[in-house]
Design a protein around this ligand. Structure first.
Ligand code: NDP
Ligand code: PMR
Length: 381
């Protein structure tokens, strides 16, 4: 196995696969890096953005219970994280919080420098681009210090930059995985994505090609729409996952995937929605669409993608069939002998499946444009 890995790395290095510049410097894994005698013992290093609430918090809990991992929680508010870790009883021997404000490229750069020091000679084994904000009610965009619309930079641009900087730290891992948190709302081949307006659509990426800086908010260059912006960022993350798979999977061995964890309707993501929406949305999702999933179960799902050996497969959009409502939710339908559900609760470990991606997610021409423009906007290399 090891010999094969060395041989593969050697061949691919010689082939000089097109990609970020650091690709040219990929080394075969050194023996010192594979030793287990570091401060992390035999734990795998997992970086997750946004571990102070919702999906990120519950995934961290599952990872800490499994005892195989050291989790680095990349958070914007260290004080909040400290409090949450205390309340949730995180094992601080295996959890480290580090500051990362995704609304600032400078912060992404500082975080990765700190991460480089922190990991020492150990590879990063998992990177999860989880943090996000949802601002559907704004009449006007809010801007980051770098002059980008906030959802765009926090959800997408900064995760792109972060991935470009963390991936070189992953190439020595024998089981490296990068996971983008996508959504049904960014994937318009379903009722939840294609039937609820506004629909995710990057059009020709005219806005991003122009730099997507104030006053241009949207990647498609059209007028600002907060709900669409969020969905567009999920679409862009899923496209990026596919692009990373195409460009880097064979040369680095890293598995790239995106997921739809189900509708976590009670999570703080909906903090900017009106109180009546927050009250009735979970009920609607539970009893009408069947797409509801609790925060804890959603955390178990993401944990599965990080832990289950089946999820070493790259280029996949993972989803789960709901259990009790399987076949009864609005979105449930027979597909090739498999029930494709709305991602609702109760399906368990075995209900994971490789979901279909929409034509927009799979659009090969557009993804090239997305790749090029995002590199230019973020300065990733
Ligand atoms: P939460 O709001 O609970 O979690 C989002 C996390 O992102 C929080 O920890 C938040 O930090 C962090 N965050 C926000 N802004 C920044 C920033 N500038 N820098 C660093 N971190 C930041 O929502 P969910 O757990 O529901 O969402 C997690 C992921 O799941 C998101 O990617 C979301 O798009 C996706 N998703 C959610 C669905 C749902 O139904 N909820 C459905 C499909 C996908 P803080 O704790 O400080 O607020
Ligand atoms: Mg949606 C089976 C259908 C389905 C699924 C799986 C979701 C998921 N939603 C479905 C259907 C519907 N939704 C229908 C029929 C409606 C009424 C028109 C509806 C409405 C709705 C609203 C107003 N749904 C929403 C909102 C939000 O504000 C949420 C959103 O779009 O956030 C971006 C949302 C969601 N619905 C989902 C999921 C997963 C969300 C959260 C979105 C996400 O984080 O991606």
């Amino acid at each position: 196995m090891l010999v094969l890995r060395f041989a593969l790395l050697f061949i691919l290095q010689a082939a000089q696969v097109e990609g970020w510049k650091w690709m040219a410097k990929i080394k075969a894994p050194s023996f010192s890096r594979m030793q287990k005698g570091s401060k992390f013992g035999d734990k795998k290093l997992v970086v997750i953005t946004g571990t102070s609430s919702g999906l990120g918090k519950h995934t961290t809990k599952a990872l800490l219970q499994a005892k195989d991992y050291h989790v680095i929680g990349a958070v914007r508010d260290l004080e909040k994280m400290k409090l949450v870790a205390e309340l949730e009883g995180f094992d601080m021997e295996r959890f480290t919080a580090m500051e990362l404000d995704l609304a600032s490229f400078e912060s992404v750069k500082k975080f990765t420098e700190e991460l480089e020091k922190f990991r020492g000679d150990r590879p990063i084994d998992r990177l999860v681009c989880n943090a996000a904000v949802y601002q559907p009610t704004l009449a006007y965009p809010k801007w980051t210090v770098d002059g980008h619309e906030q959802q765009l930079q926090i959800n997408y641009l900064s995760h792109f930059l972060l991935t470009s900087k963390v991936m070189p730290m992953m190439t020595d891992s024998s089981d490296a995985r990068v996971v983008m948190i996508g959504s049904v709302t960014g994937n318009d081949n379903t009722v939840g994505g294609g039937g609820v307006y506004p629909i995710a659509d990057l059009k020709d990426l005219d806005g991003l090609e122009l730099g997507c800086k104030k006053p241009i908010a949207m990647m498609d260059g059209y007028n600002f729409n907060g709900a669409k912006m969020y969905k567009d960022t999920k679409l862009a993350l899923m496209m990026t996952s596919n692009m990373l798979h195409e460009r880097f999977h064979r040369s680095t061995g890293i598995a790239f995937s995106s997921i739809y964890p189900g509708c976590i309707a009670e999570s703080p993501l909906f903090r900017e929605k009106r109180p009546w929406f927050r009250k009735y949305f979970p009920i609607f999702m539970k009893y009408i669409t069947g797409g509801f999933v609790g925060e804890e179960e959603a955390g178990t799902r993401l944990f599965q993608v990080l832990h289950d050996v089946r999820c070493t497969k790259s280029g996949v959009y993972w989803s789960w069939n709901g259990g009790p409502r399987e076949g009864r939710g609005m979105e449930a339908m027979e597909k090739g002998g498999q029930i494709v559900g709305a991602g609702g609760a109760g399906g368990g470990w075995e209900s994971i499946f490789e979901n279909d991606q929409s034509d927009k997610v799979l659009n090969k021409d557009l993804v090239q444009k997305l790749w090029q423009s995002t590199n230019e906007v973020t300065g990733a290399e």
